[in-house]
Write a protein that binds this ligand. Sequence first.
Ligand code: GDP
Ligand code: MG
Length: 442
Amino acid sequence: TLQDRLQATFRSLRGKGRLTDADIDATAREIRLALLEADVNLGVVKEFVAAVKERAKGAELSQALNPTQQIIKIVNEELIEILGGQARTLRFAKNPPTVIMLAGLQGSGKTTLAGKLGLWLRQQGHTPMLVAADLQRPNAVNQLQVVGGRAGVPVFAPEPGNGIGDPVSVARASIEEAKRKFYDTVIVDTAGRLGVDAELMQQAADIRDAVNPDEILFVVDAMIGQDAVNTANAFAEGVGFDGVVLSKLDGDARGGAALSIAKVTGKPVMFASNGEALGDFDLFHPDRMASRILDMGDLLTLIEQAEKTFDADQSRKAAEKLMAGKGFGLDDFLGQMQAVRKMGPMSKILGMMPGMGQMKDAIANIDEREIDRIEAIIYSMTPAERAKPDILNGSRRSRIANGSGTSVQDVNGLVNRFMETRKLMQQMGRGGGLPGMPGMGG
Ligand code: GDP
Ligand code: MG
């Protein structure tokens, strides 16, 4: 399979210290195949792979990842970026009702989506109404009414004798109805054809002009593969849209359509539909889609773990040095603090780091600004001073205070705190292992 082939390529890269251009080219070829097999549009694949190659060539070597993992990480990040990074959700109108119009080919899942969106909105405390502006197929109105009934959302439809017979008039009248009855969102279901055609586009454009939507959602069947780009382009030109909904993701489509459409139209994928039931619906998650397109979920998880392990490794090494005795210097102290800062709020993280449990008391009350000051002080020391703070006499201390823009008291405070911490930790180290320090038992 493809995954095997990719992993074989990656295996062959393993163990190299540095990526050559040839390595990058070989990997890029495999990734190109992976994307094509996921049904990503050829033009999109070419552009994408070129961008990844560019970035891989300029990339700094990561210490945590081997070159293979690094390229996959880049590919994954670029995919997520194109798919919309942080997913966007619906924009609601300042003056209700918010009008959402659904457009797309017949069978793409519009009517089903109307029900799903209706239920989803209702669950969030909105008061949606569905509008049957698909009068093309005999059963279309009835289908929407069934879906609305299941979702517990009212449906506005032409009735015999109410004089509204065409989709544009229905759509227009529905807005008045929503205002009268204080529905805050109106979801307009429209007709689709089996293929793109001019009459269909005209009708959709007319409905659009009649209701002035806040969001036009283009609904597309994830299974249609390579055709997705042409269809999306036709709708972008004919009607225009603000966001994409991918349906039928419960099928075995790898999701190349999502990438193609997002890249070509520049519009975000906003929702994902993954089944016939009303609850089979979710906000779109670019990261999940990226791993589906790459079909390498396991590998991506491994990469994440490798990076985390590396961080943990760094702090473990520092802790080991400390336990061994005198090796622990201000450099290590600073490294620990920077690692903590990189990882987030101090209080939460401290307890999780090997060796840091004991430092907790010493630095628990240090705020971010104080870390900046500590950094400045340590950077103003010579390597010898950092390694052996014992040599810090009065004149060295005042030189350091000057160099770091702090006071001698600040320098004294830091050095004293460091010495105390180190002493405490060494005592505990001789006591035979610290309680609550994972990985320090041996
Ligand atoms: P429309 O013509 O665009 O209104 O599409 P419909 O909403 O009528 O859907 C066409 C068919 O696809 C129906 O049989 C739906 O039950 C089915 N369908 C819609 N969305 C999904 C989905 O996410 N997954 C699956 N498996 N079927 C879906
Ligand atoms: Mg329909």
